[in-house]
Write a protein that binds this ligand. Structure first.
Ligand code: FA5
Ligand code: MG
Length: 369
C-alpha cells in the first residue's frame, strides 16, 4: 500500500501487465484487482474450501498463525478464491499480506505478500481460443489431468496459464531470463507447477499455479467453466527485478533503502545498491533563500554532492516557511551521512557539514544556520 515501496512497484508492474494483455469486450481490463481484504480469514476458507486434507502439514499449529479454532491469519491469498467466485467474478487478482511460520533465510519471512490470479474460461471464451473442444468427460485422473476434464481442455488451460506467466516473467525480467517449470502438488489444483527463476546463481521459486480442482468451482456454484489459478510471491519477484539480496530489506525503515526507490514508478529501471551495514548520521541546516537570484533545491543538492561526495546518502527538505515581516522564505534540509563501506566519525561528518555550510554561504550568498 506504500507508494514507491518496491512491493508496491512490483504490484503495479504486474497489474499493468495483466491489464494491458487481457481486455474485455469493451476494452476494459478483464481482471478485477482486489487488494483490501482482511487478512483474518476462517480456517474453512484457508483450508477446507480449498480441499486441503485434515492431516496436511500446512494445518499444523507450527506452520500457521491461529487466532482461535475458527480464525487464522491467511497463509495464502488462495483463501479468497472461492468467495470471490461466488460473488460472480470470473477473472481477478487478489493482493495481500500473508502469514506463515516458516524457515528463516534470505528468501523466507513470516509475513510476505502474494498475488493470486484466477481466470475462469466459459464456452464462449473457449470457442474463441479453439474449435470444437469439449470441457468435460467422466474419465480417470492421470498425471496430466483431472478425471472430469478432457485432455484437450486441460492442455489448453495449461498452455494459457503458462503463457500468461512466462509472458509476465519476460515482461518483468527481460526476454533472456533463465527459468524452469517444476511439477508439484497443491490440494486445490491439478495438474500443478511451480516456476523457478535463476537469481544470483541459484534457482528461486517465485510462484505456484495449476488448473483449479473442478470440485472447488462446483462447490462455488459453477458448473460450466474451467479455471486456472496462480499465487505469486511478490517479495521474491521484487528481489529478482531490483536485485534486492535479502527479504528483510523490505521491512527496512532505513533511508538507505527507501531513497533508492524514492521517486520511482513501476516503469523505472532500478538496480538496488547495497548500502553498508554502517550506521547513519544526520545533520540539519537551514537558510533564508536568496532574494537576488532564483533558487531551486537542486542548486543545494548539487553543492552537497560536490562537498559530501559518497559520504552523503540522502538529503531532504524537512521544513519550509515564509516570514511575512522579512518577506523571506526559509528552507531546512536534513543531510543523512553514511559511507557505503565504513562508519564515519562524528568529526569527519562535522568537517563535511561545515564545508557544505561554507559552500552554500559563498555560492548562494546566504547566511546558513
Ligand atoms: C501457495 O501459497 C499457493 N496458494 C499458490 C497457488 C495459488 C497454487 C493458486 C496454485 C493455485 P506456495 O506455498 O508455494 O503456494 O507459495 C507461493 C509463493 O509464495 C512461493 O512460490 C514464494 O514465491 C512465496 N513464498 C512462500 N513462502 C514464503 C516465505 N516464507 N517468504 C516469502 N515468500 C514466500
Ligand atoms: Mg511452493
Amino acid at each position: 500500500m506504500q507508494k514507491h515501496h518496491p512491493l508496491c512497484l512490483i504490484k503495479e508492474k504486474i497489474v499493468n501487465y495483466m491489464h494491458s494483455n487481457y481486455r474485455s469486450k469493451y476494452h476494459t481490463p478483464r481482471f478485477a484487482v482486489v487488494d483490501q481484504l482482511d487478512p483474518v480469514v476462517t480456517l474453512k476458507d484457508n483450508f477446507d474450501t480449498l480441499l486441503v486434507p485434515k492431516d496436511h502439514p500446512s494445518r499444523k499449529q507450527s506452520d500457521s498463525y491461529y487466532v482461535n479454532s475458527e480464525y487464522m491469519l491467511r497463509a495464502h491469498t488462495s483463501a479468497h478464491q472461492s468467495n470471490l467466485m461466488k460473488m460472480g467474478l470470473d477473472h481477478f487478482l487478489v493482493v495481500g499480506d500473508v502469514y506463515r511460520r516458516d524457515e528463516i533465510d534470505k528468501s523466507h519471512y513470516p509475513v510476505f505478500h502474494q498475488m493470486e490470479g484466477v481466470s475462469l474460461i466459459d464456452n464462449k471464451m473457449l470457442s474463441k481460443m479453439s474449435d470444437n473442444i469439449k470441457m468435460f468427460e467422466s474419465g480417470e485422473k492421470t498425471v496430466e489431468k483431472q478425471g472430469v476434464h478432457t485432455r484437450d481442455i486441460s492442455m489448453l488451460c495449461e498452455a494459457d496459464l503458462k503463457n500468461c506467466l512466462i509472458g509476465l516473467a519476460k515482461a518483468l525480467f527481460g526476454q533472456n531470463i533463465e527459468y524452469r517449470w517444476v511439477e508439484c502438488y497443491f490440494p486445490f489444483t491439478h495438474p500443478s507447477w511451480e516456476l523457478e527463476v535463476m537469481f544470483n546463481g541459484e534457482w528461486m521459486e517465485v510462484l505456484g499455479c495449476g488448473i483449479m480442482e473442478q470440485q472447488i468451482l462446483h462447490e462455488a456454484g459453477i458448473s460450466d467453466k474451467v479455471g486456472w489459478a496462480f499465487g505469486l510471491g511478490l517479495e521474491r519477484l521484487a528481489m529478482i527485478l531490483y536485485g534486492i539480496p535479502d527479504i528483510r530489506l523490505f521491512w527496512s525503515q532505513d533511508s538507505g533503502f527507501h531513497s533508492q526507490f524514492k521517486d520511482a514508478t513501476h516503469e523505472s529501471k532500478i538496480k538496488f545498491k547495497e548500502f553498508g551495514k554502517t550506521p547513519q548520521n544526520f545533520n540539519d541546516l537551514s537558510f533564508w533563500l536568496p532574494l537576488d537570484r532564483s533558487y531551486d533545491p537542486n542548486d543545494f543538492y548539487d553543492l552537497v554532492r560536490d562537498q559530501g561526495g559518497h559520504c552523503v546518502e540522502q538529503v531532504s527538505l524537512i521544513d519550509e516557511f515564509f516570514n511575512k515581516k522579512k518577506g523571506l522564505t526559509s528552507h531546512c534540509y536534513r543531510i543523512v551521512y553514511r559511507h557505503m563501506d565504513r562508519p564515519l566519525t562524528n568529526q569527519e561528518v562535522n568537517v563535511i557539514h561545515n564545508q557544505i555550510k561554507q559552500a552554500v554561504a559563498e555560492q548562494l550568498g546566504v547566511t546558513v544556520r
